[in-house]
Design a protein around this ligand. Structure first.
Ligand code: HEC
Ligand code: HEC
Length: 468
């Protein structure tokens, strides 16, 4: 049965006892419950079909139909500290075993060799996964003709194929690992009204944001642009709907969604895992207070030294001027679709004005590559004028220790011209694990704030940011 079977039963015991529970313990419990959370229901949801599990289980080691390398390097699926797969669940449904994607397929990540639940997955590649799974399914059918007469099997199989083929849509899908196309969610609002996806639909590719601090963050607006109204919980189900779940089923399990979303306020950011020079960080704090604070806010700690979360500030696009692709899908017509959706009690928009949040910087060391589209490899590059930032870098195993640049805080970038040339050639050939800023929605422009600081001021500032 392999490690597909190694998942714990769904834990619904969210820490709800509130104040009595220490924050560290609440963080641990939330992570534990989130690890196994999925919303597969009535045969629908983010299902990857019964055949995939079987195909994995008969995969001959070495030949690798769905081996570990495929999962990690090709699809970006992670393995947690217990060496269990993160975010693919093996669920029983009408005597079939179904592969089900859970939230942490995207909402767990690795940084500098550490596995962190609540951090965004830097390598998840839903388009590649959709394409491969659709192919595996097509072949698998030939091996199991008797199952093609089983109603429950066909039901799940059809739902799964609809989901994976939608993920694999080359017109709206992500072009690079670690970016998730928001078009996938937008598309649901068209489909539910019986409309075709608009021909000029933008991909709107974003990296997966961290979920710590979300309890405060959502009050200011959801997503990187503040589109979602977070006063009523529920936007988290958007992925399930996009994957083919019905609004009726969502209504039925809504209390569970609410509980999950509420629990995210317990999550804590991972502390910086290496040494910090306190003197240098102290100087960096002064620089921070003179430059970044007006957008990114002040940082306070509670009595236990844990972060006190605050709402982020929303900044108009005319000021930050980062890549626009994520914003281009906003229109009055789209807002009307949102207004008229069958779950409009919980899926409401707050603003469709063009801008991005200046995110709170808790645990920022782990959130590279930076900006909403992950276009800037490390902090030192973000503090450099856009024209001088690396135009290409590798996302290969971005969470490994070897990929973490302590000095520049974030991803390593190509050091030699030869390495750079090789990467360019690969990117040109369509490599999905190379970040190429010339691809649509991948521009590293904008956020040119205080790029003229002296080098030692930048070093100090980076040291301070490690403490957040
Ligand atoms: C395919 C990857 C993927 C999966 C699976 C996924 N998410 Fe997300 N999630 C994202 C991305 C990407 C964003 C950011 C979208 C944006 O900012 O434009 C996001 C945003 C969110 C937010 C809002 C965060 C904020 O800062 O406003 C919440 C809450 C959330 N997800 C919860 C969930 C839950 C709960 C699940 C499981 C039902 C889930 N997500 C499954 C990719 C995913
Ligand atoms: C005028 C407001 C403003 C100022 C000043 C500013 N920022 Fe930002 N910052 C933003 C906005 C808006 C974003 C989000 C842009 C995006 O994602 O496209 C951002 C994003 C970031 C990110 C990316 C976070 C992530 O998770 O990807 C980092 C890091 C950051 N800023 C650091 C700094 C530092 C350090 C300074 C001071 C030198 C600074 N910023 C000054 C508005 C500002």
């Amino acid at each position: 049965m392999g490690w597909w079977g190694c998942f714990a039963a769904l834990v619904i015991t969210w820490s709800s006892t509130g104040h009595a529970v220490l924050r560290l313990e609440a963080d641990r419990e939330t992570k534990k419950a989130f690890q196994d959370l999925h919303f597969f229901s009535e045969g629908r949801g983010m299902t990857l079909s019964p055949g995939l599990i079987s195909a994995y289980n008969i995969a001959v080691p070495g030949l690798g139909v769905v081996d570990r390398e495929t999962m990690t390097d090709r699809w970006g699926i992670l393995f947690n500290e217990e060496n269990k797969i993160s975010g693919l669940n093996d669920v029983e449904y009408k005597s079939h075993r179904v592969g089900v994607m859970g939230c942490v397929a995207c909402h767990s990540g690795r940084a500098a060799g550490q596995f962190v639940i609540g951090l965004g997955n830097k390598n998840i590649d839903v388009l590649q996964m959709g394409k491969d799974v659709a192919l595996i399914e097509a072949y698998w059918k030939w091996f199991v003709p008797w199952l093609m007469k089983d109603r429950a099997y066909i039901e799940v199989e059809d739902a799964s194929l609809e989901f994976v083929n939608y993920l694999a849509n080359p017109k709206i899908g992500n072009l690079t690992q670690g970016l998730v196309p928001i078009s996938f969610i937008r598309g649901w609002f068209y489909r539910i009204h019986g409309q075709e996806l608009p021909g000029d639909m933008t991909r709107g590719q974003v990296k997966v944001p961290p979920l710590w601090g979300y309890g405060e963050k959502r009050k200011a607006g959801q997503f990187c642009d503040g589109f979602g109204d977070g006063t009523e919980l529920g936007w988290a189900v958007a992925v399930e709907l996009a994957a083919g779940q019905t609004p009726e089923a969502v209504r039925a399990y809504y209390p569970k969604v609410k509980e999950a979303e509420e629990s995210f306020s317990h999550l804590l950011p991972p502390p910086y895992p290496f040494e910090i020079d306190p003197m240098l960080a102290g100087r960096g704090r002064e620089i921070y207070l003179n430059s970044c604070v007006r957008c990114h806010g002040k940082y306070q700690r509670d009595n236990d030294g844990l972060p006190v979360y605050e709402q982020p500030h929303w900044i108009p696009w005319q000021i930050v001027k980062t890549d626009r692709d994520r914003l281009n899908g906003h229109s009055l017509a789209f807002n009307q679709l949102v207004d008229g959706n069958p779950l409009n009690q919980i899926l409401r928009y707050k603003t469709s004005e063009h801008g991005y949040f200046a995110p709170r910087l808790d645990g920022v060391w782990s959130r590279f590559p930076y900006l909403h589209n992950g276009s800037v490899a490390n902090l030192a590059d973000l503090l450099t004028p856009a024209a001088e930032r690396p135009k290409i870098f590798s996302m290969r195993r971005a969470g490994d220790r070897e990929r973490f640049d302590v000095k520049r805080m974030g991803l390593t970038t190509p050091a030699h011209p030869r390495e750079l040339a090789a990467m360019q050639a690969e990117a040109k050939a369509g490599a999905r694990d190379i970040y190429d800023t010339t691809r649509i929605g991948h521009s590293n422009e904008g956020h040119e704030f205080f790029t003229d600081l002296e080098d030692d001021a930048k070093t100090a500032l980076i040291e301070y940011l490690k403490t957040l």
